[in-house]
Design a protein around this ligand. Structure first.
Ligand SMILES: Cc1ncc(C[n+]2csc(CCOP(=O)(O)OP(=O)(O)O)c2C)c(N)n1
Ligand code: SF4
Ligand SMILES: [Mg+2]
Length: 296
């Protein structure tokens, strides 16, 4: 979907929020609202974005927004979409913005219902790979080997022991009209996906990796660099599911070694050369599965 970047509005629809410097989640929401515009109605569960934007009695959103209970984003969005339809509001976008914990864990049931019913909403999951707002606890999207306060390091413990859920696959399996992955380090790709989603009716889902300097343990000015390294080393991919088909938006000609991505982050600093090998094997398996879906 071509975007006229030169004439993109200068107006910011989110500002003054209290997030950490370099917060990838804030970048994701800012870019999404640039494309979606003022007639967007946002729903957020408990998460970093809601906690840093809605500090009573103020809000940093310059569109309507509602904060719902942690598991309830999908069901609240369904109600908002039904209300918009009842009122004949054709020009509005109902947008959910939730973290990985609120999406892949506690909110998954409500989200699954939303997808099955094909409710007319866009659901944006920003993935900082842990429960950051409450002090860095693991989620089912935390990568293997990562330190969090609930996947500790020390003695025999070596960080997260499980392989992360593949949300893209889970949502695509609901056969929704549109599902995509994105990265805050590839803003054009992301904004084009948002623009495409805006023009589709029904349940649309975008899963964006949003690096978090506080939880990952790297200097705030490196958010874009780490997001790029994740894609370049094959640990995050940019893909779309549409009309029953999976499409890859970018395939690095040759993956960068994973240690380029892992080494500078505090959460991975205990990992050894052997662990890097494990992560590369997991990556290759994931890509083999993905490539099968693209060919078939
Ligand atoms: C039912 C319920 N359990 C726990 C909490 C506490 N809580 C609020 S936000 C949060 C973590 C959110 O993690 P995620 O969805 O990944 O968003 P992030 O904080 O990383 O932005 C938790 C555990 C809650 N608000 N409600
Ligand atoms: S903890 Fe991470 S996701 Fe939360 S506001 Fe800070 S940088 Fe953003
Ligand atoms: Mg999170």
């Amino acid at each position: 979907m071509a975007i006229d970047y030169k004439n993109l509005s200068d107006r910011e629809l989110i500002y003054g929020q209290k997030s950490c410097p370099g917060c990838g989640a804030t970048i994701a929401v800012r870019l999404a609202l640039k494309i979606l515009g003022e007639r967007t109605f946002v729903c957020l569960p408990a998460c970093c974005v809601s906690a840093t934007t809605n500090v009573y009695p103020e809000t940093s959103f310059f569109v309507n927004n509602v904060v719902t209970a942690f598991p309830a984003t999908g069901s609240t969005l369904a109600g908002m979409a039904a209300a918009a339809e009842m009122q004949g509001l054709e020009d509005v976008v109902i947008l959910g913005v939730a973290g990985d914990g609120g999406t892949a864990d506690i909110g998954l049931q409500a989200l699954s219902g939303l997808c099955e019913r094909n409710d007319n909403v866009i659901y944006l999951c920003y993935d900082n790979e842990a429960y950051m707002n409450t002090g860095i606890q693991r989620s089912s999207s935390t990568p293997w080997g990562a330190w969090t306060t609930t996947s500790p390091v020390g003695g025999t413990a070596k960080g997260e022991t499980k392989i992360r859920k593949n949300l893209f696959d889970i949502i695509a399996a609901h056969r929704v009209p549109y599902c995509a992955t994105a990265s805050t380090s590839y803003p054009r790709d992301f904004m084009e996906k948002i623009a495409k989603a805006k023009n589709i009716r029904g349940a649309r889902f975008i899963h964006i990796q949003a690096p978090c300097p506080t939880g990952w343990g790297y200097p705030a000015e490196k958010t874009i660099e780490y997001g790029r390294l994740a894609v370049e080393s094959g640990l995050w991919y940019l893909a779309e599911y549409e009309n029953g088909e999976v499409k890859l938006n970018l395939h690095p000609p040759k993956f960068k070694p994973v240690e380029f991505y892992l080494k500078g982050q505090h959460r991975f600093r205990h990992l050894t050369e052997e662990d890097y090998k494990v992560i590369e094997d997991q990556r290759d398996q994931e890509w083999a599965l993905l490539e099968k879906k693209i060919k078939s």
